[in-house]
Write a protein that binds this ligand. Structure first.
Ligand code: AHR
Length: 501
């Protein structure tokens, strides 16, 4: 299958915000407890954090992490997680029908974020609580001292305030499952007033308002319009969430859900522009895609389990085993975020450890990288700089969710400082290799310095504690860069990262 492609040094999409490669972690299942935190584990540090897991996290170079939820946050009392650990109450987590011991709270999580060198992005509870608690939480976290809440933090041994600029105004408030679910107008007003209060504490705060829980919600996209009509001037981002799967075992259709995601982003971009025009507003709002991932392998089975179980503590929940097909999908999705980086400034893989996560950690045992770890890692490491347009001229296919889908999925990032261009390519054809001829205008002297590939695995292959490296990238061959052209063969169902300087 011959594919011609072309990119030009000056045809730029946008400067990429590094926070495009952020993550999300929630108090749910074994994400926190026996995920990142497991006192007594042979790899635990003095604070109880697992060093093996932290190392896998650090290798991802994650800029920011959203915490503590998720659905969990909508009935969470943040004060339960501060002060002496032995005095912290055990509560029922209404979102996941579990017991929350509160042994990790904001100060412990901040320690972990420091250990892994990640900026915190905090969500406030606008479900069972509201503006007053959000304001108190923020004061505890970011105010230097001399007030009730900031001095309480200091009395807990944290002298300096945390530098938290990103605040999420609740979670999925359109979802009927959400504790304290609201109508759009009602939520929009609350979000507006909460954003004002947080910004009164610190004018540099960036507020993230909840969009729809996904693009299939009956209230989508009116929800976004109605919410933004209430709060446009006081918020900075609107959140999008979307989870993916291939229940129908149709690989091409699965891969095309990336185009569906592009339509979702485009539609919300349109809603933002509409409300901006209607309000004659000056400020811009961007997209914070703060929950995305593959979630379908165990989804139904897990839903049956957690709806009936008897309030366990840190149960096995949503521990999806990702396969090679999921890695190809995530590679394409990262490409879409790069291509849409003019609108999407922040995006968070949901989640980070154990719960629908690129990293798995056995209780008392080993930690390993799942297949999807790699495309997320490559994008995070090499997808920084300026996104360039890539024109692809090659065969396409039609499927249930989209028509005219290119078999070759391509994105390019120019890191001007390092003088490196990285091409991220996915050949989604089930049987045929791509015979690529890509013209690089403005990069006539470019040389290939690195080629990583994921190919040749069975689509259902996974990694596990007993086979941690079964699906992993390796050095690629068969692609060359000469006289401003990339030429070579990309095997059927393969992912390539080509770095040129
Ligand atoms: O990430 C798992 C859950 O998915 C989150 O708690 C919620 O926000 C979403 O529905």
């Amino acid at each position: 299958m011959r594919v011609r492609a072309s990119l030009h040094r000056d045809f730029k999409i946008s400067h990429i915000d590094n926070r495009l490669y952020s993550a999300f972690i929630e108090h749910m299942g074994r994400a926190i407890y026996s995920g990142i935190y497991e006192p007594g584990h042979p790899q635990a540090d003095l604070n109880g954090f697992r060093k093996d897991v932290a190392e896998l996290v650090r290798d991802l170079n994650i800029p920011a992490i959203r915490y503590p939820g998720g659905n969990f946050v909508s009935a969470y009392r943040w004060e339960d997680g501060i002060g002496p650990k032995e005095q912290r109450p055990v509560r029922l987590d209404l979102a996941w029908r579990s017991k929350e011991t509160n042994q990790v709270g904001i100060n412990e999580f901040a320690q972990w974020a420091e250990m892994t060198d990640i900026e915190m992005m905090l969500a406030v509870n606008l479900g069972s609580r509201g503006l007053e608690d959000a304001r108190n939480f923020a004061e505890y976290v970011i105010h230097p001292g001399g007030t009730y809440w900031s001095d309480l933090r200091r009395s807990h041994g944290v002298e300096e305030p945390y530098n938290v600029k990103m605040w999420c105004l609740g979670n999925e408030m359109d979802g009927p499952w959400q504790i304290g679910h609201k109508k759009a107008k009602e939520y929009g007003r609350l979000a507006n007033e909460t954003a004002k209060a947080l910004k009164a504490l610190d004018g540099d705060i960036e507020a993230i308002v909840c969009g729809s829980s996904n693009d299939q919600m009956p209230t989508y996209p009116d929800w976004e319009r109605e919410v933004l009509e209430e709060c446009y001037e006081n918020v900075d981002y609107i959140s999008l969430h979307k989870y993916f799967g291939n229940s129908s075992a149709d690989t091409l259709n699965y891969c095309a859900k990336i185009e569906e995601t592009g339509r979702y982003i485009q539609a919300i971009g349109g809603v933002i522009d509409f409300v901006k025009a209607k309000k004659r507003a000056k400020n811009d709002i961007y997209i914070c895609f703060d929950e995305w991932n593959v979630w379908y392998h165990r989804r139904e089975e897990d839903a049956r389990r957690w709806h009936t179980w008897d309030w366990p503590e840190a149960p096995d929940l949503l521990e999806e085993d990702y396969n090679f097909e999921d890695a190809l999908f995530v590679a394409g999705l990262m490409n879409e975020f790069i291509r849409r980086s003019d609108r999407v400034r922040i995006a968070c893989i949901a989640q980070l450890v154990n719960v629908i996560a690129p990293i798995r950690a056995e209780k008392g045992g080993a930690a390993w990288r799942q297949t999807i770890y790699y495309p997320y890692q490559f994008a995070s490491l090499y997808g920084r700089g300026t996104a360039l347009q890539v024109a692809v001229d090659g065969p396409t296919y039609d499927c249930k969710v989209a028509d005219d889908v290119n078999y070759l999925d391509a994105a390019a990032v120019h890191d001007e400082q390092a003088g490196v261009v990285t091409l991220f390519l996915v050949n989604r054809h089930l049987e045929e290799a791509v015979d690529l001829d890509m013209l690089l205008t403005g990069f006539s002297t470019a040389r290939l310095i690195e080629h990583k590939v994921m190919a040749g695995f069975d689509l259902r292959d996974t990694n596990g504690a007993d086979r941690p490296n079964a699906v992993a990238p390796y050095d690629g061959t068969g692609v060359g860069v000469e006289n401003g052209r990339v030429r070579g063969s990309l095997a059927a169902l393969s992912y390539h990262v080509l770095r040129l300087d």
